[in-house]
Design a protein around this ligand. Structure first.
Ligand code: ADP
Ligand code: MG
Length: 236
């Protein structure tokens, strides 16, 4: 069976400099695939090619068997793809519930929004914080709220760009448990991550990107025992 997401020969240049160069990557339905690599490796750019922030300079993106290389972002979202970007984007002055409401309002019938908000609050462990302004949440809670906003679309494929950045080790662990629960409920995941303990907690497979290219791929054990991978991290 074809992969849920297939990236084939994808490249993206900015003014002649290739941020992503000839990347092949397949994510199977049910995977929690982690993408790692040093700063500037091209991870966020690759995500933006997948979600359609800009088209690739070359290559193809196939989602659920359909070539979406030229599709607009909103069309990809409608097909079941959702992303939590690297830069945080919750509305800090609004409550947690209001943030979820905004994310849900275009996708859920008006009478069902309250129930859906409750379901997401429960999933995220934010029920008792529903009425707090999002800006008063801990950094971890804000990350979970953002994941919840991405979940409002009920995606089949969820992309998370550095979901544990700035989190405590306890919050990181809880984020991993959230990711695994969402995956068990049927959401395939592609996750950019730095924290190797977190990757070990969640990953079904790992791809290493370096200088825009695929550098290595394998299980977490294969990746952490690969001395070439250690070298690219030390070299930056
Ligand atoms: P990562 O997420 O792995 O840290 P990025 O994808 O953000 O890496 O960046 C990869 C390379 O592409 C970097 O050299 C970065 O400076 C460059 N880059 C990313 N976005 C742009 C852009 N919009 N314009 C020009 N260069 C960019
Ligand atoms: Mg990045």
């Amino acid at each position: 069976m074809a992969a849920l997401l297939e990236i084939a020969g994808a490249s993206k240049s900015f003014g002649g400099v290739f941020a992503v160069a000839d990347v092949d990557l397949a994510v199977e339905a049910g995977d929690i695939h982690c993408l790692i690599g040093p700063n500037g490796a091209g991870k966020s750019t690759l995500f933006k090619l997948v979600v359609g922030t800009y088209p690739p300079t070359a290559g193809r993106i196939v989602f659920k068997g359909t070539d979406i290389t030229q599709a607009k972002s909103f069309a990809r979202v409608a097909q079941g793809m959702s992303i939590k970007l690297q830069a945080p984007s919750v509305f800090k002055a609004l409550t947690v519930r209001q943030n979820l409401h905004i994310a849900l309002q275009d996708h859920v019938a008006r009478h069902a929004i309250g129930t859906e908000e409750d379901r997401l609050l429960e999933t995220l462990g934010l029920t008792s914080d529903a009425h707090r302004p999002a800006g008063l949440l801990s950094h971890g809670q804000q990350q979970w709220l953002e994941i919840g906003m991405a979940l409002a679309l009920r995606p089949v494929l969820l992309l998370l760009d550095e979901p544990t950045a700035g989190l405590s080790s306890d919050e990181t662990y809880r984020t991993g448990e959230l990711v695994k629960r969402l995956n068990a409920e049927g959401t395939t995941m592609l996750i950019v991550e730095h924290d190797m303990a977190f990757v070990r907690q969640i990953a079904t497979g790992v791809t290493v990107l370096h200088l825009g290219r695929i550098f290595a791929r394998g299980s977490i054990d294969e990746i952490v025992s690969d001395s070439r991978v250690a070298e690219i991290y030390l070299g930056t």
